[in-house]
Design a protein around this ligand. Structure first.
Ligand SMILES: CC(C)(COP(=O)(O)OP(=O)(O)OC[C@H]1O[C@@H](n2cnc3c(N)ncnc32)[C@H](O)[C@@H]1OP(=O)(O)O)[C@@H](O)C(=O)NCCC(=O)NCCS
Length: 200
């Protein structure tokens, strides 16, 4: 994952000056050089956001991220009626109930909660990133934590129902679409993809 972060930050630097630093020579690949003993990684220390487990005090912020992500980030793929039905499908209490089972990780940036992701066994149930924090790799990091946990649990295949908005993200993560299907929220139809990824 850290290799991915280095590539990403070199390709798309954020505002922090440290992210513009070239890769230190000692971090560059030297073919047959023996692996170094594990040391604190400077790139990890400079990450502007952190991924951590869910805390009970996060719930109100989570609901805000969920609703904003749908209303803004999904606006090109779903009309207003669909976004309203989808974003109102979870309440504070139902989100607590859903997230009480399985594995949830959240992303914090400048002490603000900007994303979360949830896995139940072999199913990636939710990945939501606030639109203000989109396309800097937060969903990728959240997902990688869930996939790492699934591998530790011995899971050999992950499934998800990806929104039209999230299809390309999941494809980027290695999922393959098995086709579109219709879900329904409050009587409103929502097209989504059934997608799978083998972990073996
Ligand atoms: C889908 C979503 C989680 C992606 O979050 P993100 O943090 O912006 O994603 P990342 O920055 O990790 O994206 C990694 C890669 O995925 C792909 N990707 C992500 N969002 C994309 C989009 N809207 N269009 C095309 N490709 C996209 C790109 O390849 C991207 O790499 P790049 O930025 O170098 O091109 C976020 O847009 C979101 O919350 N959407 C609305 C809610 C939703 O649909 N959630 C999923 C429910 S199933």
């Amino acid at each position: 994952m850290l290799q991915w972060l280095r590539q990403r930050f070199q390709r798309r630097p954020l505002t922090e000056p440290a992210l513009h630093h070239p890769e230190p020579p000692e971090q560059q690949s030297h073919g047959s050089a023996a692996p170094q003993a594990a040391e604190p990684d400077p790139i990890a220390a400079l990450m502007p956001f952190q991924i951590r487990p869910l805390d009970s005090s996060d719930m109100a912020d989570l609901l805000g991220v969920f609703r904003e992500a749908i209303q803004i980030s999904a606006a090109d793929d779903y009309d207003q009626q669909q976004r309203d039905a989808w974003s109102q499908a979870q309440s504070h209490d139902s989100l607590i109930s859903v997230l009480s089972e399985g594995d949830t990780v959240v992303a914090e940036w400048d002490d603000k909660l900007v994303g979360f992701a949830h896995r139940i066994r072999d199913y990636i149930n939710m990945v939501f990133v606030h639109p203000d924090a989109s396309r800097v790799g937060i969903a990728t990091l959240l997902y990688q934590h869930l996939e790492d946990g699934a591998r530790i649990d011995g899971i050999t295949e992950l499934t998800t129902h990806a929104s039209l908005t999230a299809h390309d993200f999941f494809a980027y993560m290695g999922f393959i679409s098995e086709g579109q299907e219709q879900a329904e929220r409050d009587g409103v139809p929502l097209t989504r993809h059934l997608m799978r990824k083998s972990l073996v």
